[in-house]
Ligand binder design. Structure first.
Ligand code: UDP
Length: 459
């Protein structure tokens, strides 16, 4: 073991996430796991993110490069395509310079773990003769769908109501990612997602933030095309096992979490009595949807802790916060892992982002699914129909979830029969997620193999 650690310390990975919260979180956490196994890790982010980030721990070395938008990041660019093109032009030069700088300082890098949203990082790794590792941040089910589109094997727009793809059960059109079922929406973002597969077969390793047992058939199928290994859930062990209190690194947060207020408020609530509500870091709700959600929470008559980002606050009904003080706490951001593992939380109203989905599954928190766009509709389908960990809030013909639907789903989970069923499944998924990361578990074994290979190549 000690020998491994000494050898492993010669391995130095540069970990390079796309600069968005949902990509930074899993890749920071993966970095911590590598470090725990003796690998030196340097995380790279953009100047803009670095200036705006809350560093909630410092176990991972951080370096920054310019994406060409130092003042506003992605929001400064017209669309994803413009952003990515400029990032590639400016960022690739800066990434090469960073590699040279680290080499000169006696800390040469021998591996780049890159986010396939930035596929040019693979070319830099290859040109520099470094190990190139793609780290997929979405589910394999969704990757299979995008893979088929990117290879021209799934014709769009869809003509059939049902989609049949290898590794996946039959899915309806509305269970597809939004770019497919709302064909033509956000074409630049869709291109970015498809671009993940433009050169991935050249990667030395493809790692994925999922749990093998959760998406077994999909992983088995995809692995025949692109050999890949599951390394998730990328959640600190201390949250999966409350006995482990040694990890105090909460990663990097683009938004400032309201830690004390949330914990104090949750500590005053009884077990399983609180509904936690969040639509993640990017979803922008229509004003009408925000208001329906607000009235739905109030109508359910449960306690709720609701994350409403500062940019979304003006959409809340007038005086809603003041008038709901007795029942609810509205914050601009929280430490979601701390909240989801708090015993007061009994239900999670979620947009079904992949990280939030994995986190809720791993902690056994029943979900009310309110998918909004991108892969969220596919995740919602799996949450409700296959993993049976939640209920999908019904949408009307305008695509909005009404207050009655929100209140009904919450009550069903908190007090109804569906809740009983889901709670039984919750135990299973929680156990499975923890086992995957425990010594000898599916993800732990994959991480070990990856590290051993890295050590062999770098010694
Ligand atoms: N998150 C958090 N605090 C919040 C809301 C979200 O820490 O108040 C974290 C959450 O734990 C998850 C990430 O932000 O790791 C959101 O990622 P996800 O894939 O769920 O959604 P996205 O933001 O990418 O849409």
């Amino acid at each position: 073991m000690e020998k491994d650690m000494i050898n492993a310390s010669r391995a130095h990975c540069l970990v390079f996430p796309y600069p968005a919260q949902g990509h930074i979180n899993p890749m920071v956490e993966f970095s911590k796991r590598l470090k725990h196994k003796g690998v030196e890790v340097t995380l790279v982010t953009t100047h803009f993110i670095s200036k705006n980030i809350q560093k909630e721990g410092n176990s991972i070395a951080l370096e920054t490069i310019s994406d060409g938008y130092d003042e506003g990041g992605r929001a400064q660019a017209e669309n994803d395509q413009t952003y990515l093109e400029h990032f590639e032009r400016v960022g690739s030069k800066n990434l090469i310079e960073l590699l040279e700088k680290l080499s000169r300082s006696g800390r040469p890098v021998n591996c780049i773990v890159y986010d396939p949203f930035l596929p040019w990082a693979l070319d830099i790794a290859k040109d520099s003769e470094l190990v190139a590792v793609a780290f997929l941040t979405q589910s394999i089910v969704v990757d299979i769908i995008y893979y088929h589109v990117s290879k021209g094997e799934m014709k769009l727009p869809l003509l059939e109501p049902e989609v049949l793809l290898p590794g996946l059960p039959p899915l309806e059109a509305q269970d597809m990612p939004s770019f497919i079922y709302k064909w033509g929406s956000h074409p630049d973002t869709f291109d970015m997602l498809l671009g993940q597969f433009s050169n991935i077969e050249k990667a030395d390793w493809v790692l994925c933030n999922t749990v093998y047992e959760l998406e077994q058939e999909a992983v088995d199928w995809m692995s025949k095309i692109i050999p890949m290994r599951t390394v998730g859930p990328t959640i600190p062990s201390m949250f999966l096992d409350k006995q482990l209190e040694n990890d105090k690194d909460y990663g990097l947060s683009i938004f400032k979490p309201n830690v004390d207020a949330c914990l104090k408020w949750l500590n005053d609530r009884s077990k399983g009595s609180v509904v936690y509500v969040s639509v993640g870091s990017m979803v922008i709700l229509e004003v009408e949807q925000m208001q329906e959600l607000a009235w739905g929470l109030r109508m359910s008559n449960n306690y709720f802790l609701w994350v409403v980002r500062a940019s979304e606050e003006a959409k809340l009904p007038k005086n809603f916060v003041e008038e709901t003080l007795e029942k609810g706490l509205v914050v601009q951001w929280c430490r979601q892992l701390e909240v989801l593992t708090h015993e007061a939380v009994g239900c999670f109203v979620t947009h079904c982002g992949w990280n939030s989905t994995l986190e809720a599954l791993s902690f056994g928190v029943p979900m009310v699914a309110m998918p909004q766009w991108t892969d969220q509709s596919t995740n919602a389908k799996y949450i409700t129909d296959f993993w049976k960990m939640g209920l999908k809030a019904p949408m009307d013909e305008k695509g909005l979830v009404r207050r009655e639907g929100v209140a009904h789903c919450i009550r069903e989970i908190m007090e109804g029969e569906s809740g009983e069923e889901i709670k039984k499944n919750a135990f299973k998924w929680r156990k499975l997620a923890k086992e995957a990361l425990d010594k000898g578990g599916s993800s732990d074994k994959n991480i070990e193999k990856f590290v051993a290979n890295l050590v062999a190549r770098s010694s």
